[in-house]
Design a protein around this ligand. Structure first.
Ligand SMILES: *Cc1c(COP(=O)(O)O)cnc(C)c1O
Length: 385
């Protein structure tokens, strides 16, 4: 097999550690459903799902029927899959036929599911997603009552697996006036179910931030995304955790991913010359520069131009000039021992230095999610244990 220009290593011990930490936060009762949308946040569904199963997780949530199919191909037959987003009517037969659970966020989805379930003589496993204030997807109270009545009439074909909603940014403390209200509205929906005499198998609302910082919200299940991969949902959540621990210095979450490439070429550049396209970087002295064989088309964000670092021989090498489509350059003037083909760490640890994803931007934790979830599917993923 020909070689790709970069590679991703996934640490099984780190993943097991993160799952243990999350389990400790939420206690024994709630189901732990791991969110593996967007190719497992860029970690790679094919390699990552078996690792989660090794870590004792067998419940996976995705954003579409397309992603569900990818997970279904590699998951063991006992594992459960939940679609939290787009499920086209044409794919209902596949989903119900394969016992895939799914969100319904308008009445027609429930009505269509009934038709397909009757045709297949199977039960549709439905999670009713309710609107509590995110104003994204979710059933209004009227649509919810209509859907619930249909589910009540058709217990042989429609199974009430879940009652759920999603916090509109519980990562940020400044948004809590809003998420607190969502929690109360959700509890009203629970009361409505009780009044109607129907009981969902699982009530769930918590994402990573809620599961870590507000374990009360765990209810019957948590849907944990970013934390399982070893990233804090936000500085607010990290600070809350640290405060609760009374400043004990510990790092309970461990990064699962390491991203590596190698030096493709080395250049001597004279003082005052420009490096790469345009005039983005001018050599302030005679410099030695390493060329790396990947760029923004390979998932290395163009916004990192002239910012950030990679690791070579355990030392930080700063990016010089623009990130190109398939190449970028780093300064190795201070690393004379560096040679062509040397290992380069883009994310992760090398000797005593670490490049964390968040170090790419101290201003936006969004970049964490965006950068890792965009890592191209073509990069090979290897489990390390
Ligand atoms: C992405 C997602 C999650 C997971 O969020 P994290 O903050 O990554 O834990 C949970 N629920 C829904 C509906 C989502 O879309």
């Amino acid at each position: 097999m020909v070689r790709h220009s970069s590679r991703i290593e996934l640490s099984l011990p780190a993943l097991k550690n993160n799952i243990r930490f999350i389990r400790k936060r939420i206690g024994d009762h709630p189901e732990l459903c791991c969110v593996v949308k967007a190719n497992a946040y860029g970690h790679g569904t094919e390699a990552y799902i078996p690792m989660l199963e090794k870590a004792g997780v067998n419940y996976f949530a995705v954003a579409s029927s397309f992603e569900a199919e990818a997970v279904h191909k590699v998951a063991s037959s006992e594992s459960k899959i939940l679609i939290m987003g787009i499920l086209y009517t044409q794919d209902l037969e596949w989903a119900i036929g394969n016992g895939i659970e799914f969100y319904a966020f308008h009445y027609d989805m429930v009505a269509n599911a009934l038709k397909v379930a009757q045709k297949l003589n199977r039960k549709a496993k439905i999670h009713l997603e309710v609107e509590t204030g995110c104003n994204r997807t979710g059933l209004s109270e009227n649509e919810f009552i209509k859907s619930l009545d249909l589910m009540k009439q058709q217990p042989d074909y429609l199974s009430f697996y879940g009652l759920c909603t999603h916090f509109a940014g519980i990562e940020s403390l400044s948004n809590h006036f809003r998420t607190n209200r969502q929690y109360l509205v959700f509890k009203d929906f629970i009361k409505l179910c009780e009044k109607k005499g129907v009981k969902p198998k699982l009530k769930h609302i918590a994402c990573s931030a809620a599961a870590i910082a507000f374990p009360d919200t765990a209810m019957d299940m948590v849907r944990v995304g970013i934390a399982q991969y070893g990233f804090w949902p936000s500085p607010d959540i990290y600070n809350m955790y640290i405060m609760e621990r009374e400043k004990r210095r510990e790092q309970p979450l461990k990064r699962v991913i390491t991203w590596k490439t190698d030096i493709m070429d080395i250049k001597e550049v004279r003082k005052d010359e420009f490096i790469g396209y345009g005039t983005a970087y001018q050599a302030y002295q005679d410099m030695r520069v390493a060329v790396l064989p990947l760029g923004y088309s390979n998932g290395y964000a163009r916004s990192l131009s002239n910012k950030g670092f990679v690791l070579i021989q355990g030392k930080k090498a700063p990016i010089v000039g623009l990130i190109n489509m398939n190449l970028f350059m780093v300064d190795i003037t201070h690393i004379p021992e560096a040679q062509i083909n040397d290992e380069v760490v883009l994310i992760g640890k090398q000797k005593n230095n670490t490049i964390s994803v968040s170090s790419f931007s101290n201003f936006s934790n969004q970049l964490n999610n965006e950068l890792i979830s965009r890592l191209p599917a073509a990069i090979p993923r290897i489990m390390v244990s």
